[in-house]
Design a protein around this ligand. Structure first.
Ligand SMILES: [Zn+2]
Length: 139
């Protein structure tokens, strides 16, 4: 495996159209276990590690801290403008190596966002981007 260019996370730009249908619409019960493992926030968008069996979900602020990335200006769609590197100025929903955690309707795992049923992607988009609870200890 060629690892010479892995210092920069892969950047997924969100100007394209998500395609492929492979699952039924979301069941709202799947939100119950959908909480940030770092701060405990729920009812908000969460991110997971790209191509990893590590399953810790994190909210936007915790993902940004975990990945040492700025998400300044993140919007209701969980999208912000990349402020570094080759893709500077382009919109993305990825936070470093963390990608949107689009839970499968049956709760068995997560969709890759390029292979996500539109209903599940919409479910993620409809979640508040930021936790309502202020992060404790942040000053
Ligand atoms: Zn969090």
């Amino acid at each position: 495996m060629n690892v010479t260019e892995t210092t920069q996370p892969p950047i997924r730009v969100t100007t394209g159209t998500l395609v492929v249908m492979d699952g039924p619409p979301s069941d709202t019960d799947t939100r119950l276990s959908y909480v940030c493992t770092k701060c405990g926030a729920g009812n908000c968008k969460l991110w997971r590690l790209y191509e990893s069996t590590e399953t810790r979900l994190m909210c936007a602020p915790c993902s940004a801290e975990d990945q040492d990335r700025s998400i300044d200006g993140i919007n209701a769609q969980g999208q912000y403008t990349i402020a570094w590197g080759l893709f500077q100025g382009l919109p993305t929903v990825d936070i470093g190596w963390r990608i949107p955690a689009c839970i499968k309707a049956d709760g068995s795992g997560y969709h890759a966002i390029t292979n996500c049923p539109p209903e599940q992607w919409q479910w993620w988009l409809d979640l508040p981007t930021l936790p309502t609870k202020a992060k404790e200890g942040a000053t």
